[in-house]
Every structure is written in C-alpha cells, then in structure tokens.
Design a protein around this ligand. Structure first.
Ligand code: SAH
Length: 351
C-alpha cells in the first residue's frame, strides 16, 4: 500500500477542493474528479482521463484512495450473498455483506467500527472488543467497493444498512459524514429512506440522529420487551433502560413520521417465551413500528453461551400474537449460511 502518512483521503471533499484551489485549478475540475470516483467508480487517479495529467499527479502526491484492502470476496453457492472482508491500514478486519434478494432488491450491510464495545451476549463481534472507530472514508470505501462490484454485474446498489460490525451511535460523526456522502446527489446519490442505521439503543445518539437525519431510516435492536431480560443479554440497557429508549423513539416518530424497525433476535429459551410476545405487543401497540424477527445465528464459540435458535413454529406464533396487537412483523430469511456471513462471524475468525 502507498505511504499515506502525509496524505489525506480523496473522500475528504473540502481538503481536495482546497488543494485544487491552492494549485490554481478551476472549480469545475473537482466536479470531474467527483464524477470519476462516485459515478464511474475509478479508484486510480492516473486513470481519470477527464482531468489533465498534472492534476492526476497532484492527486497522487497528496491524496490516497486505498483505506481498505480486500482480503476475502466470497459469494454463496446460490449467488445471493457476497461477503466482503476488508483489511484496514491498521490491519484490523472489517466486513460488509451484499444481499441480493429474490425480489431483485439489493442491500449492502456495512461496518462502522472494527469490533464493538457493546458486549451483547449473542453477538460474535463483541468478543473482539472495540478495536477502533472507523473513519468516514473507511465507511464510504466499503460502499464504493460494493457499488462497483454490483455495477459490473449489471446490478445497482440502492439499499444500505448499518448493521455490520460496530455501534453507529458511538461513532456518530463518521457515520453522519458517510451518510451525507452516500446521499449526496453528486456522489452516490442514494435515497435517504433507503439507508437504515441500526442501534442497540444509545439514547443521545438517537436524539442527534432525529435532528440531523429525519429522512433516514432507523432500526432498533430491541431483542426483549422488558428491562430484566434486555439487561441480561444487552448491557446497554443498564445505561439506557426501555423507558428512556421508548421515549426517544416516540420523539423520533413525532418529528419524522417514519416507521421504526425493531429487530428481535430469537434465542431458544432466552427471550422467546410466549408471554414475551404479549409484552412485546403491548409495548409496541399503537406505535409506528415494524418488528423483524431474526432467527439466532450460531457462531463459533456460541456453545459456551449455550444459545440455540428458536424453532420456526414459535417465531410464527410470536408473529401471530403481534397481529392481535396490530403490530406488523416479518421473519428475516437467512440467506448466508454457507459463507459465514452473519454478524461478526468471519472477522472474528480472522482477528
Ligand atoms: N450495534 C448495532 C448495529 C449492529 S446490527 C445494533 O445493535 O443494532 C447487527 C444486528 O444483528 C443486530 O440487530 C444484532 O442484534 C443482530 N445480531 C447480532 N448477533 C447475531 C446473531 N448471532 N444472530 C442473529 N443476529 C445477530
């Protein structure tokens, strides 16, 4: 990889503009660079033919575009899922997953931290601890890599979920900058509502997000309808109990009028007692909510926690109970079994 000690990322727009100005290049040159990078997915400055050679050299001298190196790029046997394992400059591994749904919809799941400090008991990522917050350009490069890959196969990236490694609300500024770049019309130009930020329930982050991104979608990793069970699997509930969390979400809905996605991982004997389906129904009834049941995904080392997946008929029972409370729900299809593409799995092995 290039020596980037004194260089800055090509994705730092203002720095690039300043560089151009300093060297007397007209403003429209930035538009050409932007077009090459975000619309034509060019990663090599020397290959940007629309700009003069001295400018290509100037960019090479001062900027870098290789925050991430692809370590593994594996597609499942059915072609639906691609797992991308990247290595950062600090040699941490982070992952992104492309999901090609049968409906034709394509979703990219990206990471915002290397590792994660939240320590949810069912998640493989926390076993790494928090290695580091990702920089904004490391988040954007995951998106650009996937967008190019999809473009080359005649697909178009339209949906992004921040559901890979890490907790977006504690790397707020970098996540916010990445959303701005992804939705910028002159850059990736994705619709805000097609971007979903998922949080385990960091209330101050949710408040900032409500004010800054009222059009962007929000998902909450809820996983239990009461504090007792939630605390036992998600330590974050000690700091932000359900009462505070739900109040911040009511405020989000009041200000944005957007439906919130609630993730509920189904773990056998832990949070899948039928009485909890009624509690969940009561908690969410009358709210603008959509529950997504996620069958628990086993990962290496799981056995020590003794977690297994809830049987399908119980998940379906949960769904029918929620209907009594007029709460909409879906069951997430698992489409990635043969390539270890569930949360945290691959990076955990490499790390
Ligand atoms: N920190 C954020 C973003 C990570 S999202 C959040 O908590 O929302 C990752 C999603 O996958 C979360 O809903 C998480 O609870 C879920 N998840 C984690 N481990 C899982 C596992 N073993 N099986 C299925 N889903 C899991």
């Amino acid at each position: 990889m290039a020596d980037t000690t004194h260089k800055f990322s090509i994705h730092e727009t203002q720095n690039v503009k300043d560089l151009l100005k300093e060297h007397g290049f007209p403003v429209f040159r930035y538009a050409q660079i932007e077009n090459a990078i975000y619309k034509n997915f060019i990663t090599d400055f020397h290959a940007i033919e629309t700009i003069p050679k001295p400018l290509r050299e100037l960019l090479s001298e001062h900027c870098f575009y290789d925050s991430l190196e692809v370590d593994t790029n594996k597609t499942s046997a059915n072609g639906q899922t691609t797992k991308l394992l990247f290595k950062t400059k600090g040699w941490e591994h982070i992952e992104a997953v492309i999901m090609r749904h049968l409906t034709g919809r394509v979703t990219l799941c990206i990471s915002c931290q290397a590792g994660c400090p939240m320590a949810c008991s069912f998640c493989a990522t926390w076993k790494l601890g928090l290695l580091r917050n990702l920089d904004y350009h490391e988040i954007v490069e995951q998106v650009l890599f996937a967008a190019k890959l999809l473009n080359d196969e005649g697909n178009k990236l339209r949906n992004i979920v921040y559901m890979g490694m890490g907790e977006p609300m504690i790397n707020y500024d970098n996540v916010a900058d990445s959303i701005r770049s992804i939705t910028d019309q002159k850059k990736l130009d994705l619709a805000n509502r097609r971007i979903t930020v998922s949080t385990c329930g960091i209330v101050p982050g949710i408040k900032r997000f409500t004010d800054d991104f009222p059009q962007t979608s929000l998902a909450i990793s809820l996983h239990a309808p009461n504090d007792e069970i939630r605390k036992s699997i998600m330590p974050v509930d000690h700091t932000y109990p359900l009462k505070d969390l739900m109040a911040s979400l009511d405020d989000y809905v009041a200000k944005t009028n957007k439906r919130i996605f609630y993730e509920y991982i189904m773990i056998n004997g832990v949070n899948d007692h039928i009485a909890l389906a009624h509690e969940l129904g009561k908690l969410l009834q009358g709210k603008l909510a959509h529950v997504n049941f996620i069958p628990y995904n086993p990962w290496e080392g799981t056995n020590s926690d003794g977690y297994t997946t809830t049987p399908r008929f119980i998940i379906e029972k949960f769904q029918s109970i929620l209907q009594h409370y007029w709460v909409i729900s879906t069951i997430r299809a698992t489409m990635w079994d043969d390539i270890d593409a569930a949360c945290g799995q691959l990076a955990n092995k490499k790390q």
